[in-house]
Write a protein that binds this ligand. Structure first.
Ligand SMILES: [Zn+2]
Length: 162
């Protein structure tokens, strides 16, 4: 994925959803999101450090994966919201290794539990875009929905995926 306004919008909506639904231990402060596209980064979707979630769009393939990475990193924020509070994470990492680190196990559980809910919320939030696409389809491209339902549905599907 590229760093675009659309991906920034999806990220902002996903972060908002996390704050409202998963809680924010710091109340008045919330983490920020930075989108990066660096071709040298190949084996990492994102990381969390010091109240900042960094997302590597060079490895993230679609908007659903973007949302699931944000949920994963938001879980790390919940585990250790304060700046420089990640000593426990590194201790566990030394003891269990990355994959079995209980912080990572929990973050992966969060992805499974919440990606779908959050992603649906984002689609609902952008319903106007879908309607707009339909409008374009019917009026500007002058296609008749009733006589050409199939291309219309395909086009509508595209709007969901972009
Ligand atoms: Zn992680």
């Amino acid at each position: 994925m590229k760093v675009t306004k659309r991906n920034l919008k999806i990220s902002t909506l996903a972060l908002e959803w996390c704050i409202n639904n998963l809680g924010n231990p710091l109340k008045t402060i919330s983490p920020t999101i930075t989108l990066k596209h660096d071709k040298r980064v190949k084996n990492m979707y994102g990381f969390y450090m010091d109240q900042e979630i960094t997302l590597h769009l060079s490895t993230i393939k679609n908007s659903r994966q973007l949302v699931s990475t944000i949920i994963h990193e938001y879980c790390h924020y919940l585990q250790s919201p304060r700046i420089s509070g990640f000593t426990k994470y590194w201790k566990l990492n030394n003891k269990f290794g990355y994959l079995k680190n209980p912080f990572e196990v929990e973050a992966r559980k969060f992805e499974v539990l919440y990606t779908e809910k959050c992603y649906n919320h984002i689609l609902e939030n952008l319903w106007w875009k879908i309607l707009f696409c339909l409008f374009l389809q019917v009026h500007l491209l002058d296609l008749d929905y009733t006589s050409h339902p199939q291309p219309c549905l395909l086009f509508l599907g595209q709007c969901f995926v972009w």
